[in-house]
Design a binder for this molecule. Sequence first.
Ligand code: F6P
Length: 371
Amino acid sequence: MIVLKYRDLFQIFDGTNITREQRRELSDYCLNDMGFRILFIECVCEDQELLERNIIEILHYSADYKNMSEEEAVDDLRKKLEHYMRQYEPIDAGLETISFVRVENMGETVTAHKVAGQKESGILGYLSGMRCLPQTLYFTRHGESEYNVLGRIGGDAALSPRGQLYARALADHFNSLPAREPYTVWTSELRRTKQTAADIRAPKRAVRALNELDAGICEGLTYEEMQERFPQEFAWRDQDKLHYRYPWGESYIDIMTRLRPVLSALEDEHNVIVVGHQAVLRCMLGYFLDAKLDELPYMNVPLHTIVKLTSYGYKYKVEMTKLPVECVDTHRKQPKNCSINRTSADALTTVPSHYDTLPSNLWQNSAEAQL
Ligand code: F6P
């Protein structure tokens, strides 16, 4: 594989390029005719166990073998490997004048040659930290908070009584699972996530970058109040929720930027339980599940639900488990009318129901309490 770089533009060219002559030709063409810098990435695997696991993953998950029987696929793959092995000339710094990173046995040994600049060093860092072992990660939003009940956004509210019940149910769920490896819990620095994680028997880490989207001048408001006080801002957000930045606050793009180191760290982890927030978890799950960017701010990540991601091949399988504790819905769909001249009724059509004051009977999950 090679990574081509021209100014800030990157291209990945996924190919075998196994002979020196092929690499020289490609390098000359890209550098001299196109003005691209090239970084070759050579992945070598000599560990028999890893190789077998790799072959099984390719057979199960590669689109090339979707319509073949297991026998045909194994035969085809072995022939391909033999064909390439006959021609293969390892990258050699003494014989070639190319930049390269060589990754042996899925990251056991990483060698770099003529890697220069910030972007290439970033790729080297990524490859060095690469972990290809099976991985399970858990995500959940905090339990229902007093602000969720009232339809208010942001802030640092405590859990509602039903949120506390969820915290208990969540702890019971994880404390009773037969964990083959210990869990670690990552929360934000906000009270509602810490309270949610409190009873899980595992080491905990509060990570500032996991804090919820900063809604700036709209912190603590309901969507109705936002429409009343800042109708134009509310409409602009509906027009482009991904890029919209609250005055004195953040956009989804901003949280993705601050989450980058957390996501890289998480890629090396196993059995981590992330207790987070609606917008932050949309970005994190969107990253692992390869969601389309413009759909990401509307992903439905309900309260009181555990999202389990298990790696398979190069992808993640997702399982959602809703624990039986009632809660409000905080998911507001994009309304049809996003114009700044819309009526309040049009702006508020998709706002989920919430209470206007904290009802005293929330402990009982009562159906009498009117939304
Ligand atoms: O409503 C709960 C909440 O976590 C708010 O604190 C936050 O501003 C909001 O969700 C983010 O969701 P959306 O981007 O859909 O408004």
